[in-house]
Design a protein around this ligand. Sequence first.
Ligand code: TIU
Length: 230
Amino acid sequence: LPKNITIEAKPYPYTFPLSSTALLLIDLQRDFILPSGFGDIQSGTNLTAVKAVVPNCVRILQAFRELELPIFHTREGHLPDLSDCPSSKLKRQASAPGTNHSKVIGDPGELGRLLVRGEYGHDIVDECRPKLGEVVVDKPGKGAFWNTNLLEELVGWGITHLIVGGVTTECCVTTTVREANDRGFECCIIEECAAGYNDNFKVPSLDMIHWSQGLFGFVSSLPNLLKALT
Ligand code: TIU
């Protein structure tokens, strides 16, 4: 493979150096993908789209593993005593008056305590389970840079470019890309590898990333990426 790879993307072709590009997979956790998880309880039962990205993420994982490129996984969640969960987050995702949420972060659910580190539901789905040598970053927020060591990890690995997938597009994926862009990383979201709970949000969420000549980054497709890497 050439040292620099260029793929078709919006708003214009995305070029990334193989020597400093990582895959960043956001929150492919049971709590966001499986029935009775946090996402299902919080956001309604439209899990179709988030389930559908799992095999697509497996395909980029395989491509990156074959090329021995760095892979970073994130997980959203909190300490068992919830001391790292801001009250705003706890409150608005609870069964407060005016909300429909029946359970709050830390409550027992069918997959364990919701969004609590160490619980079954908090971990990554079997298909995308991290392998030895891949980095797993636990994050208390929606963005993966806030109160984590992700920036230090990426700098330590010499990463400049990020290929991004995961769940959910409207929430943690695009929040993280906006944070990454501010820190100087060149990001490209793979559209078949990102999904959320509200189909109406997918196109506008991704459009806002590449709008205005790449305000926050690039958006490309799985065939474009796989064609270039294999
Ligand atoms: N609610 C929602 O869409 N997402 C989250 O709470 N977390 C992630 O997106 N990972």
